[in-house]
Design a protein around this ligand. Structure first.
Ligand SMILES: [Zn+2]
Length: 262
């Protein structure tokens, strides 16, 4: 989950770029409207790598390393989050290539997701805080993930990828999630995400949520790789915003390069 109070400094908050398709007259007055100027967000002119979408100045591609995990991640991503280059959900799919990504639409649930939720091979958990009483009976702890593993089912973390408000909406407006156990993430981790301004250091971004879940589910190596990749993403992006080319790889980057060379 990302933060609500987020100031996405790339300015690509989705709705602000929506074209006024074909509406050349003011619906109220009937008067012709002046042509609407295209919204140009800050960052629109930045030259980006076609593959990782980061500013080309500090491209992330050399540090892309894959890992394997017992537990899987399925992202249920809010449509406004998909195209933001600062979205960290996509980092999970870069590292864990069997990550599933579904776009959430309130009125049109993804058929493939519905089929996977009925698939006996998987044991899905919705990752969400346990701060409301009306679903307290569905809240489970990490030991249930271990139990699923023991019984031969693949644990799946369903992470709601959007701002906190969007995630809450996805949780509340998706009836097919209502029968799933809810797994709150209990962690002392403080966010290290630097590309958007968090309301609280306890609010982790989507990749960090996955890192902590994997760590707690004893997928230590996958957690480590993703954590390093997340740091590389943060440092690369932040440097590009300062118009600086990173002179030398950071410690996390060096660990990833070492893995990539194996
Ligand atoms: Zn790249």
């Amino acid at each position: 989950m990302q933060d609500d109070t987020t100031i996405d400094r790339d300015g690509d908050a989705g709705c602000s770029t929506a074209p006024a398709a074909g509406r050349t007259k003011d619906p109220g007055t009937g008067h012709p409207r002046p042509p609407r100027r295209e919204f140009k967000a800050r960052g629109s002119f930045v030259s980006r790598c076609d593959s990782c979408q980061l500013p080309a100045l500090n491209c992330l591609c050399p540090f892309r390393v894959t890992a394997r995990s017992e537990a899987k991640v399925w992202l249920l991503t809010h449509p406004l989050e998909h195209y933001k280059p600062t979205n960290t959900g996509r980092l999970i799919g870069d590292v864990l290539t069997d990550t599933e990504v579904f776009t959430w639409y309130r009125t049109a649930p993804d058929e493939r997701l519905l089929a996977l939720l009925d698939d006996e091979r998987y044991s899905p958990f919705v990752i969400f805080p346990d701060d409301q009483p009306d679903y307290a009976d569905r809240v489970v702890g990490m030991e249930r993930v271990g139990a699923s593993r023991q019984s031969g089912r693949v644990p799946v973390f369903i992470i709601l990828d959007g701002t906190w408000r969007q995630a809450r909406r996805i949780f509340r407006k998706s009836p097919y999630l209502d029968r799933l156990p809810v797994l709150p993430l209990a962690t002392e981790r403080r966010t290290r995400y630097r590309l958007r301004k968090p309301a609280s250091a306890a609010h982790l971004c989507t990749a960090e949520v996955a890192i902590e879940l994997l760590r707690q589910a004893e997928d230590a190596e996958a957690a480590e790789v993703l954590d390093d990749y997340f740091d590389a993403f943060n440092d690369s992006y932040a440097a590009s915003r300062r118009h600086e080319k990173l002179e030398a790889p950071t410690a996390a980057m060096r660990r990833l390069l070492k893995r990539a060379a194996r």
